[in-house]
Design a protein around this ligand. Structure first.
Ligand code: BDR
Ligand code: CA
Length: 326
């Protein structure tokens, strides 16, 4: 690993866009993926772990340890997202059963160990509910000071939700955990949460024409067949749903954008503010509430992404897929 490279650790609930995020992380030149942990969310913990190991194998990175974490949320009943990601979590894609076993360590221990081992240069990205991260900061309160950057895909800040009118899935799935995580980060010496919410992810989509263009670019490369089959088959399930809903076939790149920003923060503009999570609203449980004007008098704990350079992100994603096909 070169001196300049950051170390990347992903906490995922592998669904379709988590899978794309993992592929991107495996191909990123700026950082080395050192570990992955899994959490219940889009699918069960067991399915998320299996999918993660299978996707890493597809990327040629089967050796990356995958540590299973929370099988249930801290403060809510599990609610999967099989309508969006399919029963397995990977849409219509079928990947071989992964050979590499799941890691023996629990996600919480794996996150803390990676943060200590790579103190000051670990970039932690969460693309699922924040259950594992909340448990990790309760176990190791120094976590926000040990890591270099903490990026989440989660929340809806000036935007409507995607599960309820006000809540985004990852926050809504375990609002108690999200509240603990937001409150633990930021503050003196601690990394703030970099929040990649629906405000920016909804601006980053890909469609069938993008996948055709990618296929043309990666033509005869060694992993072209397996990679394109996976991208097309998983995305097709997502396209079918958006077509039923809106008449248009597209995939929102929620989780890959979070990984991309973790590696290149200049892809988004952010605004620093205090954020908290509604845990017991009559209508708004899981909403991320931002104090844009400092009315609470709290220290800001979050860099909220407010704009995104979508074209530069899309170009970086497709360039990464080309590298991965080699
Ligand atoms: C988030 O919810 C999940 O379904 C996606 O994987 C993404 O992490 C978007 O709200
Ligand atoms: Ca996810």
């Amino acid at each position: 690993m070169s001196q300049q490279q950051d170390c990347l650790f992903l906490d995922v609930d592998t669904g379709i866009d988590d899978a794309f995020a993992l592929l991107y992380a495996c191909a990123a030149p700026q950082a080395r993926l050192v570990g992955v942990s899994t959490v219940v969310g889009n699918v069960s913990l067991a399915a998320a772990t299996r999918n993660t190991r299978a996707v890493l194998a597809l990327a040629g990175r089967a050796e990356v340890p995958v540590a299973p974490g929370a099988a249930v949320p801290l403060g809510a009943d599990p609610n999967d997202a099989s309508a969006i990601h399919g029963v397995t979590g990977l849409g219509h894609a079928v990947l071989p059963e992964p050979a590499e076993p799941a890691h023996a360590a629990h996600a919480v221990d794996a996150i803390i160990a990676a943060a200590r081992a790579q103190a000051g240069r670990l970039v932690l990205v969460a693309t699922g509910p924040l259950t594992n991260v909340a448990l990790a900061v309760m176990r190791e309160p120094e976590l926000p000071r040990l890591i270099k950057r903490f990026v989440i895909m989660g929340g809806a800040y000036r935007e409507h939700g995607n599960v309820t009118p006000s809540a985004e899935f990852n926050i809504w799935h375990d609002p108690e955990a999200a509240r603990i995580a937001f409150r633990a980060f930021g503050g003196p010496g601690g990394a703030p949460v970099v929040a990649i919410g629906l405000d920016v992810t909804r601006r980053t989509t890909i469609d069938g024409a993008d996948l055709d263009a990618l296929a043309a670019r990666i033509g005869d490369r060694p992993r072209e067949g397996a990679l394109m089959t996976f991208l097309r088959d998983s995305a097709r399930f997502y396209f079918e749903r958006t077509e039923r809903q809106s008449g248009q076939r597209f995939l929102v790149m929620h989780d890959p954008l979070a990984v991309a920003v973790a590696l290149d923060p200049t892809l988004v503009e952010t605004r620093r503010a205090a954020v908290d999570v509604e845990t017991s609203g009559r209508l708004t449980t899981g909403a991320t509430v931002v104090d844009w004007d400092g009315r609470w008098g709290r220290l800001p704990n979050t860099d909220v992404a407010v704009t995104v350079d979508a074209e530069r992100f899309r170009a970086a994603f497709f360039a990464a897929m080309v590298r991965l096909a080699d």
